[in-house]
Design a protein around this ligand. Structure first.
Ligand code: NDP
Length: 493
């Protein structure tokens, strides 16, 4: 699907999917605006408390049969769901681009990767095994049984809704849980459509429901007594609210939060290439709206001037345009409110002197929420621009003197999501990777969330893991069974 009209035509006519059906919300209709042209493409009410209660009830009803399903059948079904994503990747990607403005080439790649997550976790569904414990061989048989936690509340942001859904729903279902998903109120349609497609491919009623709504409904969901686990992706503020609500009921959580990740560019790499990649990865892709993007570019002082020149030159060449145009490298930001907020961050940073604004940071003269990528040079590492997540197309460059200085700068924020190392020297690469306080480190590139690789933040970037076996285990709890082989008063068998 390559154009806005087709995307609008397949957009669901409801913001929720509960049981087996699209469900209209109650209340006043909300206008949904495509950030690529500023025009309304749907006016629909959001889910309210009644929809949350219905979705949790449907999940609870579905759970006994879903957990008891033969693991081989669950494996085959998840493989089928991966196929459905691949088959409908154009349609789902079109909805993502419509909802939040991601260039369609990137949204197709995101949906295709989401299918990989379903295929990966299909493979785990029939390999979840426990173990035996050597307590007292011959007298005691002690063993562990991993089992699903129950009903998972999954809350995702708008910045890549289909891949965010897959990161949570694929492992949760593989482990035998049911899921109530709350997408952002800015982007519910790709999730509703995906849930409908999965249901028509055979996912049983109630195993996956979607309640498209805002933060109030998110709070009701995380506080719901029918929810056994919370997996949340979003910002610091909402993450704290969710964490506190979970603590009130002792409900386990995965919290994937924000970041202020750094690229460390050592002097043995080509400055022209490093500068261009620095801009594209940190500020152009997804218009800088990504949790683990390298939004700080730390550069060895010997090549800093050349890298800065390359960044500025690249900023002037970015193809900013319609998300549905195949040639677009950078689309709009998600909304007018986001555009205004980001411009406010840029002008505050410039007037405080956090750094020198050397490129971009302005509106593009066309309808929609388009910004040029902002580049700040000589950024003070202690300034808000170097410390706080912007979640928009803003790159902060700072020079470093040596490896120790680079590592200190990279680790010198409260976040710990990702780190990037650029060097031709193997020893530097591994040493620095080891020294970075981050859950995810890429050397000479950027990993595209391969499903087998565990991903998760340290420090204020959250807790818990998505991906691989570690990610699956989040959705399981362990029962230990201790069996005395001699019955009370009886003889040893
Ligand atoms: P928010 O934290 O505002 O929202 C995330 C989700 O939580 C949305 O569905 C939102 O609903 C919901 N929500 C908001 N408040 C509450 C609440 N009190 N209780 C329950 N749910 C709530 O983040 P954004 O959507 O703006 O996304 C950007 C943030 O997400 C950035 O900080 C980014 O770094 C982070 N992120 C982290 C990732 C990671 O893996 N570590 C990956 C992607 C993004 P609604 O939108 O309707 O308000």
């Amino acid at each position: 699907m390559t154009n806005r009209r087709e995307a609008e035509a397949v957009a669901p006519k409801a913001t929720s999917f509960i049981g087996q059906d699209e469900v209209p919300g109650a209340g006043e209709p909300l206008a949904f605006v495509h950030p690529g042209d500023g025009l309304v493409y749907a006016e629909l009410p959001l889910a309210g408390p009644a929809e949350v209660d219905a979705a949790v009830a449907a999940a609870r009803d579905a759970f006994p049969a879903w957990r008891a399903l033969n693991p081989a059948a669950r494996r085959d079904l998840l493989h089928r769901l991966a196929g459905v994503l691949r088959e409908h990747s154009g349609e789902l990607a079109g909805l993502v681009s419509l909802e939040m403005g991601m260039p369609v080439r990137a949204s197709v790649a995101g949906v295709t990767q989401a299918a990989e997550w379903f295929a990966h976790y299909a493979g785990w569904a029939d390999k979840i095994t426990g173990g035996t414990v050597p307590v007292a061989p011959g007298a005691v048989h002690d063993y562990t049984v991993p089992g699903p936690r129950g009903v998972v509340a999954a809350i995702i942001p708008w910045n890549g809704p289909v891949i965010a859904l897959a990161l949570k729903v694929a492992p949760a279902l593989a482990a035998g849980n049911c899921v109530v998903l709350k997408p952002s109120e800015l982007a519910p349609f790709s999730s509703v459509r995906l849930a409908a497609l999965l249901a028509s491919a055979g996912l049983p009623e109630g195993v996956l429901s979607v309640v498209g709504s805002g933060p109030d409904v998110g709070e009701r969901l995380v506080g719901h007594p029918g929810v056994d686990m919370i997996s949340f992706t979003g910002g610091d503020r909402a993450g704290r609210v969710v964490g506190r609500a979970a603590a009130d009921r002792h409900v386990p959580t995965v919290l994937e939060l924000g970041g202020k990740s750094a690229s460390l560019v050592f002097p043995d790499v080509d400055p022209a290439r490093a500068g261009k990649l620095g801009l594209v990865l940190g500020a152009v892709q997804n218009s800088g709206q990504g949790c683990f993007l390298p939004t700080r570019l730390l550069v060895h002082r010997d090549i800093y001037p050349a890298v800065l020149d390359a960044v500025v030159a690249a900023a002037g060449e970015v193809r900013i345009g319609d998300p549905f145009d195949q040639g677009t490298a950078m689309g709009p930001v998600v909304s007018e409110a986001a555009a205004e907020r980001i411009l406010g961050v840029v002008s505050a940073a410039a007037s405080r002197g956090d750094g020198r604004l050397v490129a971009g940071g302005a509106r593009v003269d066309r309808p929609g929420s388009y910004l040029t990528p902002a580049v700040f040079a000589d950024v003070d590492p202690a300034s808000p621009l170097a410390q706080e997540e912007v979640f928009g197309p803003v790159l902060a460059l700072t020079p470093f003197q040596d490896e120790d200085h680079a590592v200190a700068l990279a680790n010198g924020t409260r976040y710990g999501l990702a780190g990037y190392v650029w060097t031709a020297d193997l020893a530097t690469a591994h040493r620095v990777a080891d020294r970075l306080d981050a859950g995810y480190v890429s050397v000479n590139g950027m990993a595209g969330l391969p499903p087998g690789a565990p991903f998760g933040g340290w420090k204020a970037s959250g807790r818990g893991t998505e991906g691989g076996l570690d990610g699956l285990r989040e959705y399981l709890h362990t029962k230990n069974v201790h069996v005395q082989l001699r019955a009370p008063g009886g003889a040893r068998p």
